[in-house]
Design a protein around this ligand. Structure first.
Ligand SMILES: Nc1ncnc2c1ncn2[C@@H]1O[C@H](COP(=O)(O)OP(=O)(O)OP(=O)(O)O)[C@@H](O)[C@H]1O
Length: 363
């Protein structure tokens, strides 16, 4: 039985347009004009208990609007939703005891209070049994490694420390589903990894269903097993992350700072005039899937298509030639992945249309 069922869900916002200047304001007051925006357009999907879903898309795609409808904050314009068998906007209170949400951009801890006090308040809000609450709190403090931060006002915590406290607070009442909206936004690499590991642990050990939105391809790749891509309010892809990864998350950007000029590692192909990693390693010579994006001074930037060439031999070959002083490996930005998905989809649609045209012509 699905834990979340979404059928033809849509939301259209109607907002009043206000003209500038005094005359414009008066005109808007007397004869108001409205603009309609379809934020979510008839989307349907289901989620099983224990799934870890990435719900991704570019800015303004309709992610937050969907989450707000699934958690009962917003009424839809059309369609039906059941979360844990409840209709969110009609049974919001009952639902709130069984779900939780964390917004990376908005703190849910009381700003001036230490997390310890927020936790105690939440225990009362969720009407938790005090003995069970203390046990759960102590367990979460240990798992999330936040003992040192429990008595510091939330406003004085670093972003990474605060996010760990936010997650622990959201889990006090043992929610069956957790909605995470950009949980790693603004965090450094180490803090991001920590949050990702904790989400994975939470799902593996407690079976919590995770509904995550993020602009960070790393969150999707490392945490989620299924991805739904939404753009302009429509679902354009719904498939396992493993498939999405092999289809669209192949390119990694490798930024290197070397101890010698980057040019010494490159050769120029006389036919195309393009630079490539030259003569460093037999296996890498003429290897497809490695593109030199930039070579300036001692910094070298490569794009490696991991479906054609794994990263390890590339890095190993460079390390045999020179010392790497610094290195970062980055995923393509979400916008690029979505553009690639769109490109692929419209190619398939055009091919289908062409097939249809030739069939019609033949008939
Ligand atoms: N209360 C509102 N009134 C009018 N329009 C709104 C309202 N909330 C959202 N929108 C519009 O609906 C569309 C979808 O917004 P939404 O916040 O769901 O996008 P998002 O995918 O979460 O984007 P982001 O990644 O930037 O947070 C946007 O065009 C936005 O301007």
């Amino acid at each position: 039985m699905s834990i979340i069922q979404v059928d033809g869900l849509a939301k259209t916002f109607r907002s009043r347009e206000r003209a500038s200047g005094l005359a414009g304001s008066l005109r808007s007051f007397v004869a108001p004009r409205y603009r309609e925006r379809e934020a979510v357009k008839q989307i349907s999907f289901m989620l099983e208990r224990g799934e870890v879903l990435a719900f991704i898309g570019p800015n303004g795609a309709g992610k937050s609007t969907t989450i707000k409808m699934l958690t009962g904050i917003l009424y839809p314009s059309d369609g039906m939703v059941q979360v844990l068998g409840l209709i969110p906007w009609k049974q919001r209170h009952t639902l709130s005891y069984r779900i939780s949400s964390v917004f990376g951009q908005k703190s849910q801890l009381w700003y001036h209070l230490p997390p310890q006090d927020t936790f105690d308040l939440l225990a009362r809000i969720y009407e938790l049994d005090m003995m069970a609450y203390r046990k759960r709190r102590d367990f979460l403090i240990e798992v999330f490694d936040i003992a040192d931060h429990m008595r510091t006002p939330a406003r004085k915590l670093s972003l990474g420390e605060r996010m760990r406290c936010e997650l622990a607070a959201a889990l006090l009442h043992r929610p069956e589903i957790i909605f995470l909206d950009e949980p790693t936004i603004g965090l450094d690499v180490i803090a991001k990894q920590r949050i990702r590991d904790l989400i994975g642990q939470l799902n593996a050990e407690e079976g919590t269903t995770v509904f995550l939105t993020s602009h960070d391809a790393g969150d999707v790749e490392q945490v989620c097993r299924r991805a739904i891509v939404i753009n302009h309010g429509e679902i354009i892809l719904d498939e396992p992350v493993a498939k999405m990864k092999s289809d669209y998350l192949r390119a990694k950007t490798v930024d290197l700072l070397l101890d010698e000029p980057a040019e010494t590692l490159l050769t120029i192909d006389p036919a195309s005039g393009r630079r490539h990693l030259g003569g460093m390693h037999e296996g890498l010579r003429n290897k497809t899937g490695i593109q030199v994006l930039k070579a300036q001074g001692r910094s070298l930037k490569l794009e490696v298509d991991t479906s054609e060439c794994p990263l390890e031999p590339v890095i190993a070959a460079i390390m045999q030639r020179c010392h790497i002083l610094d290195m970062t490996i980055a995923d393509p930005p979400m916008e690029e992945i979505i553009a690639a998905i769109y490109g692929e989809k419209s190619k398939v649609e055009h091919e289908d249309e062409a097939d249809f045209d030739t069939t019609v012509a033949a008939n």
